[in-house]
Design a protein around this ligand. Sequence first.
Ligand code: MSP
Length: 715
Amino acid sequence: MTEQAPTANRYYLTTPIYYVNARPHLGHAYSTIVCDAIARRKRALGVETRFLTGTDEHGQKIERSAKLAGCTPREFADTIAGEFRGLWDRLGISYDDFIRTTEERHKRGVQHLFAKLRERGFIYKGRYTGQYCVSCEAYVDGPPGTLCPDCGRPTETVSEENYYFKLSAFERRLLEFYEENPEFMGPESTRREVISFVRGGLRDLSVSRTSFSWGIPVPGDEKHVIYVWLDALANYITALGYGSDKPEDKARFAKFWPADMHLIGKEISRFHCVYWPAFLMAAGVEPPRSVRANGWLLFDQGKMSKSRGNIVRAETVDEVLGADALRYFLLREIPFGQDGNFSFDALVQRYNGDLANGYGNLVSRVVNMVHKYFGGVLPEAGAATEAETALRAHAEAAIAAFGPAFDALNFSDALKALWGLVAATDIYLTANAPWKKPAGRADADHEALQARVLATAAESIRIITALAYPILPDAAAKVWRQLGLGEISEAARQAFLTNLAWGGLKAGTRFGEPAPLFPRAEKDAIERMQNLEDANNRSAVEAAGGQAQNETKAAPAEVAAAAPAKAPVPLAPPAPSVATAAAVPAPAAAAPAAAAPATPAAQPEAAQHITIDDFAKVELRVAQVLVAERVPKADKLLRLEVDLGYEKRQILAGIAQYYEPEKLIGRKIVVVANLAPRKMRGLESNGMLLAASLEGGAPVLTGFLEDVPLGARLK
Ligand code: MSP
């Protein structure tokens, strides 16, 4: 039996809840902005909408990040959750609820769900020995040394007595469910991937851990904490009051569950389309109606993410161009469901082309002319000529195209159609030139033309603005006031999108004062955004240094002894005691430069200068060796696991003949962090160590005399 929800005129949509181990960036803002636009449109269509977002705060990853930062997981989570919430408020995200998985209401709900699953016979105890990816908080099939298939990072071997969820019992039911609900997941690529995953066979899922404690305890067996994905996914129901006996919670849950849409990033489809409906079916709760996956926002050719160090913050774009510019760019530029590139160039180009010169300029011309020629009071349009009839037909076609495209998540097409109307209105205005009185035209005729053209153009602007409101809420609010229509938020409450019929703007309406909407971005806009990002990156490293000091261990004595007395960064040639970025790659990977090492005191003859930008391409970072071991049957190779502060990774290095692996553990070194991964002896190496290469002698690993935080960049 499933708990039935009434299908009222209501809509419940959710973002993923964001991990608090990383500060928010544009990649996170993307899903949230998409949801916000959908929520605003639904509300303006008179649908009772509930929009949930929040933060995912438990798990080993957070526990470790907090430890590295020298604070408790709770303090750590409080800070980053505050940043997420602060950013959404700054961007005007209209969420109705913000859930944190550390809240009591969530904990209660998750424990209720766990108990329910156990009571209904879907949870049993067993022992798990295998690989676990801490970064993805996911179990991985394969022997020790297996890399995570999702993120490519090394997995850890865990062996624990765990609670298991009988996922295998849901294989057939899930496939039937997908078949019966073709709208359940999308886009098509996600659907195919998920179905083939389930067809490949489902194994029972370990849903508790004992190796760490930062989580929600299993009810009645507190040394276990509930698996973070079971904990996290449940937020969608605990935020509605699932598991609570209070009448208001029960009513909210009954009203809004099942969710209409979970909007997620494509890499977490399996959790949402396989595990989540299975958990719910097992608990006797209806699955959500749909899950939709967005693609990734790419920057510098890679997924924007903290671990790659290629993030851009939403605050930066907001500060220079405003939140609406960001919203418009993301929805217009990236066909939903596909990966999309973010670049400051493309952003500024869209901003200037579509917003400053397009919509903004159109509004400003019309509003100013109504003030100039009619004292700010909208004149009567009078009888329509062919030109007005054509513009009206265009507006009606735009209304007809916009809604279905938007509602099918084709935001880019919807906006393209709407900006077609912006262009048509512009052309109409220019063709009729109400500012120019040709010689020989009677005053009365000219005034009639001005009235007709300005009233028609203003009506078109009203329609554009109403439709664009979910994407450009700030600008739309300003234009609404300038058109003398008052507060657009109030109009949205009155479901103004249900009635967009031509002619809504009445003659006699007193216009508001003209106010700039999208001032043209000058050449320095890009530079300003880049500078803001650079400044932020610098202060983030400094902050990491400050925070990490409590935790970072003093460098072991032998490291200090071996460390060169100078910074190992080739800031300015010549660097007398350290060869420039001489690396110690594995023999198989030896790059030409490393194969022919420079002598310690060698100066580059006719130095080929590189620019600072060239140098900046090499990401040198401080890392600490956590694990070091010989690679079987490869006498030169060591397998290292190093901690970069923000992530751990595996690096293979050809130093086995010079360094005892045990002596390396705990040592701080410098790695090239952005080197393309490569495979050696079947193992993936993600980066390269830096060492002085001495002719005919042993390489000397880099190190520091002073304590340095992990992840600090050398530049
Ligand atoms: N905590 C889990 C989600 C649990 S939902 C019950 C998680 N968190 S996350 O912070 O790593 O990612 C949250 C969302 O942000 C994901 O949907 C992810 O795809 C999205 N993005 C993070 N970086 C992104 C881009 N560069 N581009 C687009 N979205 C990306 O996963």
